[in-house]
Design a protein around this ligand. Structure first.
Ligand SMILES: [Zn+2]
Length: 300
């Protein structure tokens, strides 16, 4: 699993000027604390370290529909259509080269690395949204869900959508699919090409946690943790059948067809991976972390 967190930062690089005070815009448009809410051990997390008001990495370089609203890679207008800042073509190009492209390169490398190790990888595109539709947003429906799941026909497994939706609804939340925000991120090089690369967007309504007590914040963080557990289990499911109890002792023996690159390493790994574990889930997590240690040992 790879967590992609594009909109959590409020930082603006030194020297970047806006035509107005941006405090309220930051308040409205930042996906506050998504880098804290979406956290999961033993995985890749790619956080864009700058504010979306300066550079939005979830926009396309060419043919970006939001460009019309002044909300392309470089925002030139605020949510209400007012002037935010003037960006020359040269400055835009500079931002693309120095900030936008390096982020996407890092993201693609992480995806490729994981794809070289695992059969299937799930990207979780992590966002939050305002409970009131912002004027620039395409969907102005006043009814907003608690969670929005963004899916892509090619890259999002239906079973994952169903499981996450069922879980959230069982906790009393209202869940919409592709509404008010649609789609989910996939590196362009793999888009509509590589079925092994899965992706799902999880958007949480900020009314659930922003400006709430620490207890309420932690509760939502726990809910999101469970959602990520569902993704992790989905990703690991090919291996579950191969984790088997070999004796009457509580020892799970882990075989490794889960990994692409198992062949000759399989022998080594199966020798390495004999654990006294209580359950499949723990076996799976251990399998993953041991494999990472093993891989980095090989490459160093
Ligand atoms: Zn966002």
């Amino acid at each position: 699993m790879i967590l992609h967190i594009p909109h959590s930062s409020t930082k603006i690089p030194d020297g970047v000027k806006f035509d107005k005070s941006i405090e309220e815009d930051l308040l409205r448009m930042t996906d506050w604390y998504t880098d804290e809410l979406f956290s999961y051990s033993s995985m890749e997390t790619i956080v864009f370290p700058w504010s979306r008001l300066f550079c939005d990495v979830e926009r396309f370089i060419d043919d970006e529909p939001m460009e019309q609203q002044g909300h392309g890679i470089c925002y030139t207008r605020d949510s209400f259509g007012g002037q935010l800042r003037n960006v020359t073509d040269e400055e835009r190009q500079d931002i693309i080269e120095k900030y936008y492209k390096p982020h996407h390169t890092k993201f693609s490398i992480a995806c490729n690395h994981c794809l070289s190790l695992f059969k299937e990888i799930v990207i979780v595109d992590c966002h939050s949204f305002s409970n009131e539709a912002l004027p620039h947003e395409p969907d102005q429906d006043v009814i907003r869900p608690d969670f929005c799941i963004g899916i892509d026909e090619f890259h999002t497994p239906q079973i994952l959508v169903d499981e996450i939706k069922n879980y959230l609804e069982s906790k009393g939340y209202v869940v919409f699919i592709n509404k008010p925000f649609a789609g989910t991120i996939v590196p362009l090089v793999h888009y509509k090409k590589n079925k092994d690369l899965k992706s799902i967007m999880i958007e949480v309504n900020r009314k659930l946690y922003f400006g709430k007590s620490d207890e309420e914040f932690q509760y939502i963080k726990g809910i999101i943790g469970e959602v990520l557990n569902i993704v992790d289990t989905y990703e690991g499911s090919p291996a579950i059948g191969m984790i088997c109890k070999k004796s009457s002792l509580p020892i799970y023996w882990v075989e490794c067809p889960y990994f692409k690159a198992y062949s000759h390493r399989n022998i080594l790994l199966t020798n390495l991976l004999s654990f006294r574990l209580q359950d499949y889930q723990t076996a799976l997590v251990t399998l993953k972390s041991v494999f990472f240690v093993f891989e980095s040992g090989l490459s160093s």
